[in-house]
Design a protein. Structure first.
Lengths: 131, 124
Protein backbone atom coordinates (compact mmCIF):
# COMPACT_ATOMS: atom_id res chain seq x y z
CA UNK A 1 0.00 0.00 0.00
CA UNK A 2 1.28 3.45 -0.74
CA UNK A 3 0.02 6.84 0.34
CA UNK A 4 -0.95 7.96 -3.14
CA UNK A 5 -3.20 5.10 -4.14
CA UNK A 6 -4.81 4.29 -0.82
CA UNK A 7 -8.59 4.02 -0.73
CA UNK A 8 -10.54 4.19 2.51
CA UNK A 9 -14.15 3.19 3.02
CA UNK A 10 -15.96 4.58 6.08
CA UNK A 11 -19.10 2.60 6.95
CA UNK A 12 -20.81 4.54 9.71
CA UNK A 13 -24.40 5.73 10.17
CA UNK A 14 -23.53 8.77 12.26
CA UNK A 15 -22.80 11.77 10.02
CA UNK A 16 -20.86 13.47 12.81
CA UNK A 17 -18.51 10.54 13.31
CA UNK A 18 -18.06 10.13 9.55
CA UNK A 19 -16.98 13.76 9.37
CA UNK A 20 -14.43 13.30 12.18
CA UNK A 21 -13.01 10.13 10.59
CA UNK A 22 -12.83 11.80 7.19
CA UNK A 23 -11.05 14.88 8.49
CA UNK A 24 -8.56 12.72 10.39
CA UNK A 25 -7.78 10.51 7.38
CA UNK A 26 -7.55 13.53 5.08
CA UNK A 27 -4.93 15.09 7.38
CA UNK A 28 -2.90 11.88 7.53
CA UNK A 29 -3.19 10.92 3.87
CA UNK A 30 -4.12 13.99 1.80
CA UNK A 31 -3.86 12.11 -1.48
CA UNK A 32 -6.03 9.19 -0.47
CA UNK A 33 -9.52 8.52 -1.72
CA UNK A 34 -12.17 8.44 1.00
CA UNK A 35 -15.54 6.84 0.33
CA UNK A 36 -18.45 7.04 2.76
CA UNK A 37 -21.38 4.73 3.42
CA UNK A 38 -24.26 5.24 5.86
CA UNK A 39 -24.89 1.55 6.47
CA UNK A 40 -23.67 -1.92 5.60
CA UNK A 41 -25.77 -2.16 2.43
CA UNK A 42 -24.29 1.03 0.99
CA UNK A 43 -20.92 -0.17 2.21
CA UNK A 44 -21.18 -3.40 0.19
CA UNK A 45 -22.09 -1.44 -2.96
CA UNK A 46 -19.14 0.90 -2.48
CA UNK A 47 -16.90 -2.03 -1.73
CA UNK A 48 -17.70 -3.68 -5.08
CA UNK A 49 -17.33 -0.39 -6.94
CA UNK A 50 -14.16 0.88 -5.34
CA UNK A 51 -12.30 -2.08 -3.81
CA UNK A 52 -11.00 -0.06 -0.84
CA UNK A 53 -7.79 -1.09 0.92
CA UNK A 54 -8.89 -0.12 4.40
CA UNK A 55 -12.39 -0.07 5.88
CA UNK A 56 -13.48 1.68 9.06
CA UNK A 57 -16.60 -0.19 10.11
CA UNK A 58 -19.27 0.56 12.68
CA UNK A 59 -21.22 -2.46 13.91
CA UNK A 60 -24.68 -1.25 14.93
CA UNK A 61 -26.30 0.57 12.03
CA UNK A 62 -29.83 0.71 10.63
CA UNK A 63 -30.80 -1.21 7.46
CA UNK A 64 -27.66 -3.37 7.54
CA UNK A 65 -25.21 -3.60 10.42
CA UNK A 66 -21.54 -4.52 10.51
CA UNK A 67 -22.18 -8.22 11.19
CA UNK A 68 -24.04 -8.72 7.92
CA UNK A 69 -21.51 -6.56 6.07
CA UNK A 70 -18.75 -8.91 7.29
CA UNK A 71 -20.84 -12.00 6.45
CA UNK A 72 -21.27 -10.84 2.84
CA UNK A 73 -17.61 -9.95 2.43
CA UNK A 74 -16.53 -13.28 3.85
CA UNK A 75 -18.92 -15.17 1.58
CA UNK A 76 -17.70 -13.17 -1.42
CA UNK A 77 -14.12 -14.13 -0.71
CA UNK A 78 -14.94 -17.77 -0.13
CA UNK A 79 -16.71 -17.86 -3.51
CA UNK A 80 -13.82 -15.97 -5.16
CA UNK A 81 -16.17 -13.15 -6.21
CA UNK A 82 -14.02 -10.72 -4.24
CA UNK A 83 -10.33 -11.04 -4.93
CA UNK A 84 -8.54 -8.47 -2.82
CA UNK A 85 -8.19 -8.64 0.93
CA UNK A 86 -9.20 -5.45 2.68
CA UNK A 87 -8.03 -4.55 6.14
CA UNK A 88 -10.98 -3.82 8.38
CA UNK A 89 -10.85 -1.71 11.52
CA UNK A 90 -14.03 -1.98 13.55
CA UNK A 91 -14.84 1.20 15.47
CA UNK A 92 -17.67 0.45 17.85
CA UNK A 93 -19.43 1.57 21.02
CA UNK A 94 -20.10 -2.06 21.97
CA UNK A 95 -18.83 -2.61 25.52
CA UNK A 96 -19.34 -6.34 25.96
CA UNK A 97 -15.87 -7.91 26.01
CA UNK A 98 -16.99 -11.30 24.66
CA UNK A 99 -18.77 -9.63 21.79
CA UNK A 100 -15.71 -7.48 21.04
CA UNK A 101 -13.47 -10.56 21.05
CA UNK A 102 -15.77 -12.38 18.71
CA UNK A 103 -15.80 -9.41 16.31
CA UNK A 104 -12.00 -9.40 16.42
CA UNK A 105 -11.95 -12.96 15.07
CA UNK A 106 -14.11 -12.16 12.05
CA UNK A 107 -12.85 -12.29 8.48
CA UNK A 108 -10.49 -9.42 7.54
CA UNK A 109 -10.92 -7.67 10.89
CA UNK A 110 -7.47 -6.46 11.87
CA UNK A 111 -8.42 -4.40 14.90
CA UNK A 112 -11.34 -3.45 17.08
CA UNK A 113 -11.28 0.05 18.54
CA UNK A 114 -13.77 1.35 21.09
CA UNK A 115 -15.75 4.55 20.69
CA UNK A 116 -15.06 7.26 21.50
CA UNK A 117 -12.19 6.70 19.12
CA UNK A 118 -8.71 7.56 20.36
CA UNK A 119 -7.23 8.70 17.10
CA UNK A 120 -3.65 7.92 18.09
CA UNK A 121 -4.63 4.25 18.20
CA UNK A 122 -5.93 4.45 14.67
CA UNK A 123 -2.92 6.47 13.56
CA UNK A 124 -0.39 3.93 14.82
CA UNK A 125 -2.29 1.08 13.15
CA UNK A 126 -2.40 2.89 9.83
CA UNK A 127 1.24 3.86 10.01
CA UNK A 128 2.17 0.18 10.31
CA UNK A 129 0.37 -0.53 7.04
CA UNK A 130 1.11 2.65 5.14
CA UNK A 131 4.64 3.75 5.97
CA UNK B 1 -33.20 2.92 51.41
CA UNK B 2 -32.18 4.20 47.98
CA UNK B 3 -34.93 4.14 45.38
CA UNK B 4 -34.31 1.90 42.38
CA UNK B 5 -36.06 4.42 40.15
CA UNK B 6 -33.37 6.43 38.37
CA UNK B 7 -33.32 10.14 39.16
CA UNK B 8 -31.75 13.16 37.50
CA UNK B 9 -29.43 13.33 40.53
CA UNK B 10 -27.93 9.97 39.59
CA UNK B 11 -26.27 11.64 36.62
CA UNK B 12 -25.89 15.20 37.90
CA UNK B 13 -22.20 14.74 38.80
CA UNK B 14 -21.41 13.64 35.27
CA UNK B 15 -20.20 16.58 33.16
CA UNK B 16 -22.79 17.85 30.69
CA UNK B 17 -20.17 18.87 28.14
CA UNK B 18 -16.42 18.43 28.23
CA UNK B 19 -15.12 21.04 25.85
CA UNK B 20 -11.44 20.09 26.07
CA UNK B 21 -12.22 16.44 25.39
CA UNK B 22 -14.37 17.39 22.41
CA UNK B 23 -11.65 19.65 21.05
CA UNK B 24 -9.08 16.88 21.40
CA UNK B 25 -11.31 14.53 19.36
CA UNK B 26 -11.19 16.96 16.45
CA UNK B 27 -7.46 17.66 16.76
CA UNK B 28 -7.97 21.11 18.29
CA UNK B 29 -9.85 22.32 15.19
CA UNK B 30 -12.49 24.72 16.48
CA UNK B 31 -14.21 25.10 13.11
CA UNK B 32 -14.57 21.34 12.79
CA UNK B 33 -15.88 21.13 16.35
CA UNK B 34 -18.53 23.70 15.47
CA UNK B 35 -19.64 21.69 12.42
CA UNK B 36 -19.71 18.48 14.41
CA UNK B 37 -21.67 20.09 17.25
CA UNK B 38 -24.20 21.50 14.78
CA UNK B 39 -24.80 18.02 13.38
CA UNK B 40 -25.15 16.59 16.89
CA UNK B 41 -27.50 19.32 18.14
CA UNK B 42 -29.68 19.05 15.03
CA UNK B 43 -29.91 15.29 15.49
CA UNK B 44 -31.20 15.47 19.06
CA UNK B 45 -34.85 16.28 18.38
CA UNK B 46 -34.91 13.61 15.65
CA UNK B 47 -33.47 11.08 18.10
CA UNK B 48 -36.07 12.02 20.76
CA UNK B 49 -38.94 11.66 18.27
CA UNK B 50 -37.63 8.32 17.05
CA UNK B 51 -37.39 7.02 20.62
CA UNK B 52 -40.97 8.20 21.35
CA UNK B 53 -42.26 6.33 18.29
CA UNK B 54 -40.38 3.13 19.11
CA UNK B 55 -41.45 3.32 22.75
CA UNK B 56 -45.09 3.38 21.65
CA UNK B 57 -44.43 0.27 19.57
CA UNK B 58 -42.22 -1.29 22.25
CA UNK B 59 -39.73 -2.04 19.50
CA UNK B 60 -36.84 -3.10 21.73
CA UNK B 61 -34.34 -3.71 18.97
CA UNK B 62 -34.78 -0.17 17.66
CA UNK B 63 -34.77 1.30 21.16
CA UNK B 64 -31.50 -0.45 21.92
CA UNK B 65 -30.00 0.63 18.63
CA UNK B 66 -31.11 4.27 19.06
CA UNK B 67 -29.66 4.42 22.57
CA UNK B 68 -26.46 2.74 21.38
CA UNK B 69 -26.00 5.21 18.56
CA UNK B 70 -26.72 8.20 20.83
CA UNK B 71 -24.22 6.87 23.36
CA UNK B 72 -21.46 6.68 20.73
CA UNK B 73 -22.14 10.15 19.34
CA UNK B 74 -22.46 11.73 22.78
CA UNK B 75 -19.24 10.31 24.15
CA UNK B 76 -17.43 11.26 20.96
CA UNK B 77 -18.50 14.88 21.26
CA UNK B 78 -17.79 15.13 25.00
CA UNK B 79 -21.48 15.09 26.00
CA UNK B 80 -20.62 12.71 28.80
CA UNK B 81 -23.93 12.95 30.70
CA UNK B 82 -26.04 12.22 27.61
CA UNK B 83 -23.70 9.34 26.77
CA UNK B 84 -23.98 7.79 30.23
CA UNK B 85 -27.79 8.08 30.26
CA UNK B 86 -27.94 6.58 26.76
CA UNK B 87 -25.78 3.69 27.92
CA UNK B 88 -28.24 3.02 30.77
CA UNK B 89 -31.11 3.22 28.24
CA UNK B 90 -29.32 0.76 25.96
CA UNK B 91 -29.07 -1.73 28.82
CA UNK B 92 -32.72 -1.16 29.80
CA UNK B 93 -33.75 -1.86 26.19
CA UNK B 94 -31.63 -5.00 26.13
CA UNK B 95 -33.47 -6.18 29.28
CA UNK B 96 -36.83 -5.04 27.82
CA UNK B 97 -37.48 -3.00 30.97
CA UNK B 98 -40.14 -0.53 29.85
CA UNK B 99 -40.45 1.26 33.19
CA UNK B 100 -36.74 1.83 33.53
CA UNK B 101 -36.42 2.90 29.88
CA UNK B 102 -39.25 5.41 30.32
CA UNK B 103 -37.71 6.85 33.50
CA UNK B 104 -34.31 7.14 31.86
CA UNK B 105 -35.83 8.71 28.76
CA UNK B 106 -37.30 11.52 30.90
CA UNK B 107 -33.87 12.11 32.44
CA UNK B 108 -32.36 11.99 28.96
CA UNK B 109 -34.69 14.77 27.78
CA UNK B 110 -33.75 16.93 30.79
CA UNK B 111 -30.10 16.29 30.02
CA UNK B 112 -30.64 17.35 26.41
CA UNK B 113 -31.94 20.70 27.70
CA UNK B 114 -28.90 21.08 29.96
CA UNK B 115 -26.60 20.25 27.05
CA UNK B 116 -28.31 22.76 24.75
CA UNK B 117 -27.98 25.49 27.41
CA UNK B 118 -24.26 24.82 27.85
CA UNK B 119 -23.73 24.67 24.10
CA UNK B 120 -25.64 27.94 23.61
CA UNK B 121 -23.55 29.68 26.29
CA UNK B 122 -20.42 28.46 24.56
CA UNK B 123 -21.56 29.98 21.27
CA UNK B 124 -22.57 33.35 22.85
Amino acid sequence: MNKQSIRFLIVEDDEMIRLIHKDFLRDLYPESEIIEAENGAQGICHYFESQPNIILLDMMMPIMGGETFLDILEEGHHCNILKNNPKIIVVTAIKDVKELMSIGKRFAVEAVISKPLVQNQLKSLLEDWIP
Amino acid sequence: MKSTIPQNDDFIDVPVFEFEKALKRVHQKKDLLKRVLDIFVNSLSERINAIKTELNNENWQSLESLAHSTKGSSWTIGAQQLGDISYAMEKAAYNKDIRLYNDLFLIFQDSVQRFLEVEKKMND
